[in-house]
Ligand binder design. Sequence first.
Ligand code: SF4
Length: 235
Amino acid sequence: MKDITDQYNKDLLVAGPERALEYFNTLFPGQCIFSTSLGAEDQVLTEIIASSFPSIRIFTLDTGRLFQETYELIRITEQKYNKKIEVFFPDYNSVENMVNSKGINLFYDSVENRKECCNIRKIEPLSRSLKGMKVWITGQRREQSLVRSGVQMVNFDKVRKIIKLNPLINWKEEDIWSVIRTKKIPYNSLHDKRFPSIGCLPCTRAIMPGEDSRAGRWWWENQSGKECGLHNNEK
Ligand code: SF4
């Protein structure tokens, strides 16, 4: 698969997001899907997809622990673009078992518990949402964190066996905000309160000046390069 992704990356060496989306939407019509967390990058991609690639489905994962601001943004975004954002939920039996055996805020007790919660509330629903698809589109950018600094525009997720397309991988933060302002794209109001990366409410805090943009995620853990497992299976 590495040879094929190398070729895709070569073909898209100087491509912007529109060209990259067109390339894969032509190769795999009806089999490209975009996962949004409603963050700033994802809102830019939603604008592009809703305007130029209406056949591409958009979905989000509702962990049950999101910020009210995020739920409100789902509503506003659907209205603005007249485009459904499909919502995938965790398996309720798994959530009940986990919470009743380990507590409602189990993630603060250990890294193991936190990973179990992310696994049940995010990873399993993600795998379900990608079933039957060939291309998973995400809003990852290289400069977001050290972990993401080596990510290419096109990768292969070896666990989920799916091509992963990151059309904004080369964009800088200022590029994102310039487009949001110019096109009046709706965004999460938490971004104005020093939340560059927004996940679940109990696991996300505002960052301090100079901190890594993902430093507010699982802030109580000491390990660096924290990810929930959605984005670390590339090759
Ligand atoms: S980010 Fe926190 S609340 Fe959300 S799924 Fe992961 S551990 Fe659970």
